[in-house]
Ligand binder design. Structure first.
Ligand code: SF4
Length: 217
């Protein structure tokens, strides 16, 4: 059985997963604080500027409230997302286990709460794989077909709903194959922007692209 977080990491970079398994750490306080925002949307919508400024929010108070307001208007599942029945649920499926920060009942769907920033559209690929893995684990436990999941970016007031498309499921299968085939440290990525923000860059010995360009390489 694979950890859902491993699938997300291997989708980003398989070598990073190799390091992380060697170096499991407690969740940083900053991640916990950002995730707390995802359970306070209604209060944050009503909060004044000073209150919002004191929280780990990455937008101006006005822009933040605007993002939440649009999410509330757009999403059928807003009420459950804002006040979920199930929080921090450990899901165990046929192939993976991992924690969904929220499980919605109507209709059944998991939500992964990211401490990071959203892409312009949709969700980042590792998060897509993570969300599919959580949906599959939930589907296995409840013996119900699940065709959607959520990824939330509470520091930005952004919530994205995704469908479990054929492409997303294929990405998930690829991540499973990658983990199962891992034997020793995988190759480094070459000249990838992913390395610029990787916590293992120093240990990995990968130069950032900016240093490469400084050296004219
Ligand atoms: S520095 Fe690059 S190659 Fe090395 S683990 Fe990180 S993302 Fe992977």
């Amino acid at each position: 059985m694979h950890a859902v977080s491993d699938l997300a990491t291997v989708t980003y970079c398989s070598r990073q997963l190799y390091y992380r398994r060697d170096d499991e750490r407690e969740l940083p306080e900053s991640v916990k604080k950002r995730r707390e925002l995802a359970f306070e949307y209604e209060q944050l919508l009503e909060a004044d500027d000073a209150t919002l400024a004191a929280r780990p929010i990455e937008r101006t108070p006005e822009a933040y409230r605007g993002n939440l307001r649009r999410a509330k208007d757009r999403l059928d599942s807003w009420d459950e997302l804002a006040d979920p029945t199930h929080r921090d649920v450990l899901l165990s499926g046929r192939e993976c286990r991992g924690i969904a920060q929220k499980v919605l009942e109507k209709p059944l769907a998991p939500s992964y709460v990211s401490p990071g920033s959203p892409p312009k559209e949709g969700v980042w690929e590792p998060q897509s794989v993570r969300a599919v893995a959580l949906a599959k684990a939930l589907s296995w436990e409840r013996e119900q077909l699940i065709e959607r999941a959520f990824v939330e970016y509470p520091a930005y007031g952004v919530i994205r709903e995704i469908s479990l498309t054929t492409r997303r499921k294929a990405d998930y299968r690829r991540a499973i194959r990658e983990i199962e085939g891992m034997d020793g440290p995988p190759a480094r990525l070459t000249n990838s922007a992913k390395c610029d923000s990787c916590a293992y860059r120093k240990r990995c010995g990968t130069r950032t692209r900016s240093l490469r360009s400084l050296l004219g390489l």
